[in-house]
Design a binder for this molecule. Structure first.
Ligand code: AMP
Length: 443
C-alpha cells in the first residue's frame, strides 16, 4: 500500500514525499482510514512503529478540512498529551513536517524551561497543542489555556504516564475537556489499569495493535562480545576506529559512567556528547540536535535520558554495560531498527553480566551471536558468587523504583522556579513509597 491510496489531501502528500515516506507503516495503514471517519481509536504500539504519523496525519487532514471560518479562529481544537518533554518536542516536529503546507499552527508546552515563549504562542492562537501534563495544568490554572474548543484529543504513551505518576494529572485535564470529541489512546502495554482508563475515555474505539516488544529484536543484527570489564574501553575505541559507524548510541548504566565514556572518547578524538539526568534540558537538546545533524557521531546516554528519543538512521547501538532488565535491552536495540531501517546492536558482556544475557535471550527467544575472535577475549571467568547473585535480584526490584524516581528526577525539578505541579506531586509519591534502596542521583 502507498500513501496515495489513503485518500490524503495534496498538502499532506507533498509533505510526506519530502520526508521520503512512500508506504504507510502497519499502524498508519490501520489507523488513518478510521480516524479520518471520525472514530475513536485504541492503539497498542510503542515508539518506532510510526505511531506519531498515524495520528498526526489524520488530525492535520481533519483540521484542514474544517470550514475556512473555523480554521481562521485558531481556537486549540486538538490536544495531545504526552509524558516527556523529548516526546512532546518530537511530536511537535512531526506536525511541523507533515503539516507544513496546511497553514495550521501548533505549539509544544513542557516543564523545566521558562513559560514565556509558550504563553506567547498560546496568546497568538494555535490549532494544535502538544503538552506534558504538569505544565499544561499550570498554564490552565494561570488562564493561558482554553480547552473548551477541543474536538480531538490524543493520550500518548498512557502506560508511561502511569509509570511516572501522572495519571491523576491526566484525569484532571480530561475533566476539563468537552464531552463531545474524538479521542485517541496509545499505549505500548495494556495492563488492567490502562484498559480501565481507556474505557473511561473512548467510545466504540477501533482497535489497532502492532508488533509486541520482543519482535523488535528480529530486524536488528546483534553481536555479543565477551570481555573483561577493564578492556571495554579499548574495545569500544577499536570498533569506533575500524567500523563504519556513522551514528552510534552508546548506553551506560550510570550518568557518571556516561560522562566517563564520553570523556575517554573525546580524548581519543571522537566528537562525543553525553546525555543524562544531570544535564539541563538545553544541553540535552543541543547534544541531540548535534547527533541528529551528524555534527557528533557518538552519543552516550543512560536509559532514562534516552527514553523516547527518536533518532533517524542510527547505524549502531552499543551496550557498554548489559542492562539487568531484559526489556531494556529490547528497547535499546530497537532504536537502531526504526520504521523500515535495520541496524546493528553490539553488546559488551563481562563475567558479572552473563546472567543478564541469559535473561535477555529467554525474552527475545534467540541466542545472540557471539563474536569469538577479537583482541580482548574474556580472561576472568569467575562465576558470579551467591552474594552477587542476590544483589542482582535486589537490583531488579531497584530498577523498577529507579525508573519512577529518575523519571521524576528527569522531569525538570532541577530547573529553577518552574517545577510543574505534577512533578511536585510525583516527588510526594516518591516519598510515600518505600525508601529507595538505590541512589537515584546516579542515573
Ligand atoms: P514513531 O513511532 O512515531 O516514533 O516513528 C518512528 C520513526 O519512523 C520516525 O523517525 C519517523 O520519522 C519514521 N516514520 C514514520 N512513518 C514512516 C513511514 N511511513 N515511512 C518511513 N519512515 C517513517
Amino acid at each position: 500500500m502507498t500513501f496515495d491510496e489513503l485518500n490524503l489531501i495534496d498538502p499532506i502528500l507533498k509533505a510526506l514525499k519530502e520526508e521520503g515516506y512512500t508506504n504507510p507503516t502497519p499502524i498508519q495503514a490501520q489507523a488513518i482510514p478510521s480516524l479520518l471517519q471520525g472514530k475513536d481509536l485504541l492503539g497498542c504500539a510503542q515508539t518506532g512503529t510510526g505511531k506519531t504519523a498515524a495520528f498526526a496525519i489524520p488530525i492535520i487532514q481533519l483540521l484542514y478540512n474544517q470550514r475556512e471560518q473555523e480554521r481562521k479562529r485558531k481556537l486549540t481544537s486538538t490536544l495531545i498529551l504526552t509524558p516527556t518533554r523529548e516526546l512532546a518536542i518530537q511530536i511537535g516536529d512531526s506536525f511541523e513536517a507533515y503539516g507544513r503546507y496546511t497553514g495550521l499552527k501548533h505549539t509544544v508546552i513542557f516543564g523545566g524551561v521558562s513559560q514565556h515563549g509558550q504563553t506567547n504562542a498560546l496568546k497568538h492562537g494555535i490549532d494544535i497543542l502538544i503538552a506534558t501534563p504538569g505544565r499544561l495544568l499550570d498554564l490552565m490554572q494561570q488562564g493561558f489555556v482554553d480547552l473548551n474548543h477541543v474536538k480531538l484529543f490524543v493520550l500518548d504513551e498512557a502506560d508511561r504516564m502511569l509509570d511516572m505518576g501522572f495519571v491523576h494529572d491526566v484525569k484532571k485535564v480530561l475533566s476539563k475537556l468537552p464531552k463531545q470529541k474524538q479521542s485517541l489512546f496509545f499505549s505500548a502495554t495494556m495492563p488492567p489499569e490502562i484498559v480501565k482508563l481507556a474505557n473511561t475515555i473512548l467510545h466504540n474505539p477501533v482497535k489497532v495493535q502492532v508488533a509486541p516488544v520482543s519482535s523488535t529484536a528480529e530486524k536488528v543484527t546483534q553481536q555479543l562480545y565477551y570481555i573483561d570489564k577493564t578492556n571495554k574501553k579499548s574495545l569500544l575505541i577499536d570498533l569506533l576506529k575500524k567500523k563504519d559507524m556513522h551514528s552510534v548510541l552508546i548506553f551506560a548504566r550510570t550518568k557518571h559512567g556516561a560522562d566517563r565514556i564520553a570523556k575517554d572518547l573525546t580524548k581519543q578524538g571522537f566528537k562525543t556528547a553525553a546525555i543524562h539526568g544531570d544535564k539541563s534540558q538545553n544541553a540535552r537538546q543541543n547534544a541531540l540536535n548535534d547527533f541528529k545533524n551528524g555534527v557528533i557521531k557518538t552519543l552516550v546516554a543512560t536509559d532514562i535520558a534516552a527514553r523516547g528519543i527518536d533518532i533517524d538512521n542510527l547505524s549502531h547501538v552499543i551496550n557498554y554495560e548489559i542492562p539487568n532488565q531484559p526489556e531494556t535491552y529490547v528497547h535499546r536495540i530497537g532504536r537502531t531498527g526504526r520504521a523500515a531501517a535495520s541496524g546493528i546492536a553490539i553488546s559488551f558482556c563481562d563475567a558479572e553480566e552473563r546472567e543478564y544475557i541469559r535473561d535477555i535471550e529467554k525474552l527475545i527467544g534467540q541466542k545472540i551471536p557471539v563474536i569469538e575472535s577479537h583482541p580482548y577475549p574474556m580472561q576472568d571467568f569467575t562465576p558470579v558468587p551467591k552474594s552477587t547473585n542476590d544483589r542482582r535480584h535486589q537490583k531488579k526490584g531497584e530498577h523498577q523504583t529507579q525508573s519512577k524516581a529518575t523519571s521524576n528526577n528527569n522531569s525538570g525539578r532541577k530547573f529553577k522556579g518552574e517545577a510543574p505541579r505534577s512533578e511536585n506531586r510525583a516527588q510526594g509519591h516518591k516519598k510515600l513509597s518505600s525508601k529507595p534502596k538505590f541512589n537515584s542521583n546516579k542515573y
